[in-house]
Design a protein around this ligand. Structure first.
Ligand code: NAD
Ligand code: 6OD
Length: 486
């Protein structure tokens, strides 16, 4: 059985006492690897290695040298594309077509884009008058924040981990990454890439394990971690924020959502269906930006529901490597139980189940996997559990609306505020609704179209802070003003 190691100070290491946990395939629930579980000792070693790296050659590199190194990391990920693809797909069970298109190329791009940002974005300069008439000059300079703890989820493992590690390294920090216990492989493989390109030891470290009383907690409570960046559930983010309060350490939190799609009768109907099919079912509904609440203007409601039903029923559930697979399994048995509990609640609360609502009949060994049916409900009040709570599965509730005012009130009636999509050919309305929706990201006539220079993050309980482009520099650097009296 494969053993997935921690990666500390440039070395692949087992855990003290040989502590391991099992990684199971979402496809069939079989154990595919053992993972070395980091305890306090391994987390300490990783944080110390990161601290030491800041004082070594890494800390002395010029920006141009760092940029070259990050380009080399991206190129090496691309050279080993198939290894990353195989590892990501083994951990998640997601269709290869999806991982090939999104997860792995974005994993590489995250190093290049932030290298470019660091290379090209200037700081500020102000001339200042002084009473003696000689004046002063102010300029700002950026320094790394230090050792950054990076705590990651399982849904887009490489993409979301490099989304943090790329800018952190571009800014000259050293990182200790805690991947999700469900997806240990690509973060570990990235250690090989770092050694191949000659990244100094200790700049990139990986510790495996769980949250409470395990590697996640040991890392986020570690007094020598200077800043913590996190993606995951809102309640985990709140726990991490508490941990970060000791020592008043900064946090960047990307958390849960209950994202609306608002479909006006004047939309390009086929584009709205295509986009909403993706936003509801892509990655088996396990995308933080995904849609779980769909609001459709009444004149096209029946036609829209019928088209979504047809789309959902034509999605082929299957093995990742099969070219016609449209949807894979959920990440785990535990998550399957959570999603199925919502399927049950929807029925109990009186939903009309347009399609799905249960477990598909999968052939052979796949029957033991974390499969659920793509599911659509209608007919529920806005107070229903599946309309209010994040499910993170391949499902949505579709509600008819009559006025812009009504749909905005519903869309905003949530404690979350991550993303929304608006479908209309009336651009005036597109701008107006985008401005009125309480969310960090709004797409008009699109979904998950990402320019990495733009701010990314959630409003309300979906997040704290923004990353992306120059916004990542705000978190991963300490900005210092230097005032020179002339
Ligand atoms: P999770 O919060 O359960 O776990 C995320 C990570 O935190 C894991 O590595 C886990 O081991 C660790 N962790 C858990 N408890 C911890 C603790 N007390 N201290 C330190 N670390 C701890 O989230 P998940 O189930 O992996 O991911 C799904 C969730 O992530 C969904 O809510 C989804 O909306 C959210 N998400 C948000 C974004 C975004 O950009 N806003 C992106 C992806 C996923
Ligand atoms: O595209 C990104 O940068 C990003 N952070 C996507 C998050 C997707 C959530 O599941």
């Amino acid at each position: 059985m494969q053993l997935i190691h921690n990666f500390i100070n440039g070395e692949f290491t087992a855990a003290a006492g040989g502590r391991i946990f099992e990684k199971r395939s979402p496809l069939n629930n079989l154990v595919i690897a053992n993972v070395a579980e980091a305890g306090k000792a391994e987390v300490d070693a990783a944080v110390s290695a990161a601290r030491a790296a800041l004082k070594g050659p890494w800390g002395r590199m010029t920006i141009a040298e760092r940029v070259d190194m990050l380009y080399a990391v991206a190129n090496e990920i691309n050279r080993r594309f198939d290894d990353f693809l195989a590892a990501e797909v083994a951990d998640t069970g997601k269709p290869m077509s999806l991982a090939r298109h999104i997860d792995i190329p974005r994993g590489a791009a995250n190093f290049k884009i932030f290298a470019d940002v660091v290379k090209n974005v200037p700081t500020e300069f102000f001339e200042m008058a002084t009473p003696d008439g000689k004046g002063a000059l102010n300029y700002a300079m950026r320094a790394p924040v230090g050792v950054v703890g990076v705590v990651c989820p399982w849904n887009l493992p490489l993409l979301l981990m490099t989304w943090k590690v790329g800018p952190a390294l571009a800014c000259g920090n050293a990182v200790v990454v805690k991947p999700s216990e469900e997806t240990p492989q690509t973060a570990t493989l990235l250690g090989e890439v770092m050694n191949t390109v000659g990244l100094p030891k200790g700049v990139y470290n990986v510790v495996h394990g769980f949250g409470p009383n395990s590697a996640g907690e040991f890392l986020t409570t570690h007094p020598d971690v200077d800043a913590i960046t996190f993606t995951g559930e809102t309640r985990t983010g709140a726990a991490i924020m508490k941990a970060a309060a000791t020592g008043a350490r900064p946090v960047s939190l990307e958390m849960g959502g209950k994202n609306p799609a608002i479909v006006f009768a004047d939309c390009d109907f086929d584009a709205a269906i295509e986009g909403t099919m993706r936003s509801v079912f892509a990655n088996c509904g396990q995308v933080c930006l995904g849609t779980e609440r769909v609001y459709v203007e009444r004149p096209i409601f029946d036609k829209f529901v019928a088209a979504m039903k047809k789309g959902a029923e034509s999605l082929k559930l299957g093995r990742p490597e099969e070219a016609d697979t449209g949807m894979g399994p959920l990440i785990s048995q535990e998550h399957k139980s959570k999603v199925l509990s919502y399927y049950k609640k929807a029925a109990e609360e009186g939903a009309t189940v347009v399609t799905g609502g249960g477990v598909p009949d999968m052939p052979g060994e796949l029957k033991d996997g974390a499969w659920v049916q793509p599911t659509i409900w209608t007919g529920l009040p806005e107070s229903a559990s599946v309309v209010r709570e994040e499910i993170f599965g391949p499902c949505c509730h579709i509600q008819p609306f009559d006025t812009e005012e009504q749909v905005l009130a519903w869309a905003n009636d949530t404690t979350y505020g991550l993303a929304a999509s608006v479908w209309t050919t009336n651009l005036q309305r597109g701008h107006r609704v985008a401005a009125a929706v309480e969310a960090g990201l709004v797409w008009v006539n699109s979904w998950f179209l990402r320019d990495l220079r733009t701010p990314f993050g959630g409003a309300k309980q979906s997040g704290i802070g923004r990353e992306g482009g120059v916004h990542s520099l705000e978190f991963y650097t300490e900005l210092k003003n230097v005032c020179i009296k002339l």
